[in-house]
Write a protein that binds this ligand. Structure first.
Ligand SMILES: [Zn+2]
Length: 113
């Protein structure tokens, strides 16, 4: 029982994340449950972009935003290239299908191209 429960001094419940009143909390809904890498099959596709630039797109990832960001960092390091996250799709700069594929497989993902 909380101190002052049921009185005007009672403290209404607050969000555990932002500490705002629950009624005023604007936290996003709970993150997507991450699926372990070994249980994910992703698709790789090299795509052409403006000015004859290519990107290697990874689709089908089932990760939270934080998980996506971690994976992007990992891929940028192992491919030595830049990259972005766009609508749940990771894009690594350049036509790097082989490198991206082996980096993903090392992490346990199954990869279809
Ligand atoms: Zn909140």
């Amino acid at each position: 029982m909380r101190l002052f429960e049921g009185t005007i001094f009672d403290r209404p419940p607050r969000c555990e994340r932002c500490n705002e009143l629950e009624a005023e909390c604007k936290c996003p809904p709970p993150a997507v449950v991450e699926v372990p890498a070994e249980k994910q099959t992703v698709r790789l596709q090299v795509e052409n972009r403006k000015r004859s630039k290519q990107v290697t797109a990874i689709r089908g990832l089932r990760l939270s935003e934080a998980g996506m960001a971690d994976l992007l960092t990992e891929l940028k390091n192992s491919c030595g290239a830049g990259g972005t996250i766009e609508d749940g799709v990771i894009e690594v700069q350049g036509g790097q299908a082989d490198r991206v594929k082996s980096a993903l497989e090392k992490l346990g993902y199954r990869v279809k191209s």
